[in-house]
Design a protein around this ligand. Structure first.
Ligand SMILES: [Zn+2]
Length: 508
């Protein structure tokens, strides 16, 4: 079925009529696309005695059980379990639909067959990066690829990027959402964009050369990688003038990081840079953005696309849906996807202040926004520093605190076992390098004080490094993502959390 480029007016929304529209769309989507063609949801709805007729409003969503990460993992009995979530249309069912019949009468059977094939046949995939489990593939049809452009294009639009401007996309080249989303963003909005493939493809040096040559106004990157590229430019006394917008994804962007990136741009000759942070994840095949802001301004929250899906905020303990303005776990339901589809997907990400429908303080757009810090539940760890009890450490907060320390540049936290004995206590080492090279005075002391005062942590070692040593430690240009937290506690099954993280998602 030909799909309109934008299914709903997306920028100037009235809360109640939008939620009413979403309810109707949800019902139609379940009736026409998901339930006839998704093995998993057919089974689930049958078990619960539900049909599409039971779901006619956003409030009715709560009748549908959540889908979790575990539901997507392969089992012994079902090694290709994710395929149960891929919509597989039955040509017979489609050919009986009145709309398809009318369409065939007008345009001929051949064309209809071709169009349906474009709408439903998976031709592309991205995958999760599986830190603790197998990577999970998410399939796209041409219908979904068009929405990559639509969603990415809106990021470019909210960023006010003009068609004569140039973008450099430094997201890592991989079957991951971020790289492709921003690739299609440029295509959709007809903007010149060079995708360097990030550090692993071209190194910091190659990315720097690309920026020097192309003189982009807009740079799209993961924050830590961009920090290293700009820091290296400063070391080389380069001038990079005319950069006006940094679009960041793949990790948290604390205020301190924004300030440090802004300062580096200033040193390089681009004093008025603005920064926008994005948030997205593989399972929703979309990412959203904040408005561009000057470093130091409070972040205004991520503009959500109400025509593309529904975000619920739930109480992670009870599963109850939270009212507007209250924090909780982010849950995703699409309204117009083909390929792999998950309903009420629990992200494991918590948003501090939930959803607001108030006009954005920066741009005035009336779209729902996700407001406040986003953290990952899986980044809260119990560490054993003493024989008697474990210490609960929220790495979301710990990493933000380190990023916010003004004199600290790049850093790495290393967890290990004392004496390399798996049964022994945990040890925590912090590797640091100064924000301004040569200015190392007091850094170790300040880091020690910060960890003690706010986290009751006493690191075993704090080691100061040069920028270059830090780039090696973080595996800049080697790993897909810079390694800011390295867990060496179970060397046998070494899990390097930061190294396998998923671009766009804040935090790993
Ligand atoms: Zn805005």
């Amino acid at each position: 079925m030909p799909t309109p480029r934008c299914t709903h007016h997306w920028q100037d929304l009235d809360r109640d009529s939008t939620i009413a529209w979403q309810g109707q769309q949800l019902h139609r989507y379940l009736r026409d696309c998901v339930l006839p063609f998704s093995l998993h949801y057919q089974r689930l709805f049958k078990e619960r005695g539900l049909t599409a007729a039971d779901i006619r409003s956003v409030a009715d969503l709560s009748k549908i059980p959540f889908t979790t990460k575990e539901d997507l993992l392969p089992t012994k009995e079902n090694p290709k379990r994710t395929l149960d979530f891929v919509l597989k249309p039955d040509p017979k069912v489609l050919s009986r639909r009145l709309s398809v019949i009318l369409w065939a009468l007008r345009h001929g059977r051949e064309q209809v067959r071709d169009e349906l094939d474009h709408e439903w046949r998976p031709v592309f995939m991205t995958s999760t990066t599986g830190r603790s489990s197998e990577p999970v593939p998410f399939l796209y049809t041409q219908h979904d690829i068009a929405r990559l452009g639509l969603g990415g294009g809106r990021i470019v639009e909210i960023g006010g990027v003009r068609s004569e401007e140039r973008m450099v996309n430094m997201f890592p080249f991989a079957p991951h959402l971020a790289f492709w989303y921003m690739y299609y963003a440029g295509m959709d909005r007809n903007i010149f964009a060079l995708a360097t493939g990030g550090g692993k493809v071209m190194g910091t040096e190659g990315n720097l050369r690309a920026v020097v040559k192309l003189k982009p106004q807009v740079i799209v990157a993961m924050p830590t990688f961009l920090y290293h590229v700009l820091q290296q430019a400063v070391e080389q006394n380069l001038k990079l003038e005319g950069i006006r917008l940094l679009v960041l994804g793949g990790d948290k962007v604390p205020d301190g990081t924004r300030r440090k990136l802004g300062d580096l741009c200033k040193k390089l000759g681009s004093p008025d840079v603005q920064i926008m942070a994005t948030y997205g994840f593989t399972e929703c095949k979309l990412a959203w953005t904040e408005c561009p802001i000057t470093p130091g301004t409070p972040p205004p929250g991520y503009h959500l696309y109400a025509d593309q899906g529904i975000i619920e905020i739930i109480n992670p303990e009870t599963g109850e849906v939270m009212p507007d303005g209250q924090g909780g776990e982010i849950v995703w339901t699409p309204l117009d996807q083909r390929g792999t589809v998950v309903l009420r997907y629990r992200t494991g990400d918590r948003c501090e202040n939930g959803i607001t429908w108030d006009p954005c303080p920066c741009c005035g757009r009336r779209m729902p926004r996700l407001v406040g810090k986003i953290s990952r539940v899986s980044d809260v760890h119990s560490l054993r520093f003493q024989k008697v009890k474990g210490t609960i450490v929220d790495f979301n907060e710990l990493e933000r605190a380190l990023d916010d320390l003004p004199e600290l540049g790049a850093w790495q936290i290393e967890l290990r076992k004392a004496h390399d004995d798996p049964l022994d206590l945990d040890e925590l080492n912090v590797h640091v390098s100064p924000a301004t090279s040569g200015n190392t005075a007091g850094i170790e002391k300040n880091v020690r004080e910060l960890l003690h005062a706010h986290f009751e942590l006493t690191p075993n070692k704090i080691v100061t490094h040069t920028e270059e040593e830090m780039r090696t430690l973080q595996k800049v240009g080697v790993a897909l993502k810079e390694q800011k937290v390295v867990d060496n506690r179970s060397k046998a099954s070494a899990t390097e959390r930061s190294g396998t993280a998923e671009p766009f998602r804040p935090k790993p």
